[in-house]
Structures are given as structure tokens and as C-alpha cells.
Design a protein. Structure first.
Length: 132
């Protein structure tokens, strides 16, 4: 599940109309309306291509509709953005685990262990990886 609180930092930099659209889009995701959410996220990502939180939301919605390749690609795009949000490392690691990209998951666990406030998430992800 997504931690929507961890997405707030990068979303704060959006203009008010886009923040309103994100709020509505998050509600669509919570309601299971992922296809409609993806349509809105497509426009948001075009206007804000460097926003990691929008990429994470897109990746999550793609996972929910079963598009594992697209979800991994969007998680990688989120990870490549310039903001220093450790959550994007956790999210990429989680998507990598789900999509079978073990080496990427292991790399992100190493990143998380050094990220402030992300040690518990690193340990949880490492345990999940060991189970697989």
C-alpha cells in the first residue's frame, strides 16, 4: 500500500489546480478507479515530468491494472527525479521485488539503509526479498 503522507513533499510544489487534481486522483485510486486515475496522471506527468510523487502514483495505478512493465518503468522514472525523497527508493525497491527485478531491489535496500528515517522500511523490504 502507498504511504500518501510520504508523497506530500514533491506534491507541495505543484500549482493549486494540479494539487486539486492530485487530491481527486488519489481518491480515484483509493476507490479502485485506476484507469480513470491513469488518464488524469498522464496529463499531470506531462506538465510535471520531474515530480516523483506523480510518477509513484502512476506506477501504483499501473500495478493495480496489471501493467507490471509500465509500473516498473514509472517507478524508475520516479527514482531518477532530482528530489531527495527516500520514499522513492522504497517504492522502486518494492516494485522491483513484485516485478522480479531482484538486483534493483537489493540496490534500493542498500540505499534505504543509509536514508534518514527509512531503516525500518529497508528491513521490511529485505525480509520480503528473503521470502521470495
Amino acid at each position: 500500500d502507498l504511504n500518501y503522507e510520504r508523497l506530500s513533499g514533491p506534491l507541495d510544489g505543484l500549482g493549486q489546480p494540479d494539487r486539486d487534481t492530485v487530491r481527486d486522483t488519489v481518491q480515484l485510486i483509493k476507490n479502485g478507479e485506476h484507469t480513470l486515475a491513469l488518464a488524469r496522471l498522464s496529463s499531470l506527468n506531462q506538465r510535471n515530468p520531474e515530480n516523483s510523487s506523480l510518477r509513484i502514483l502512476t506506477s501504483y495505478a499501473l500495478l493495480e491494472v496489471g501493467n507490471l512493465v509500465g509500473a516498473f518503468e514509472e517507478a524508475e522514472k520516479a527514482h531518477a527525479t532530482p528530489d531527495r525523497n527516500g520514499y522513492k527508493c522504497w517504492f522502486l525497491g518494492k516494485v522491483a521485488l513484485v516485478t522480479g527485478h531482484t538486483a534493483v531491489c537489493e540496490r534500493e535496500i542498500r540505499h534505504l539503509k543509509r536514508a534518514p528515517g527509512m531503516v525500518a522500511e529497508a528491513q521490511q523490504l529485505e525480509q520480503e526479498l528473503r521470502k521470495n
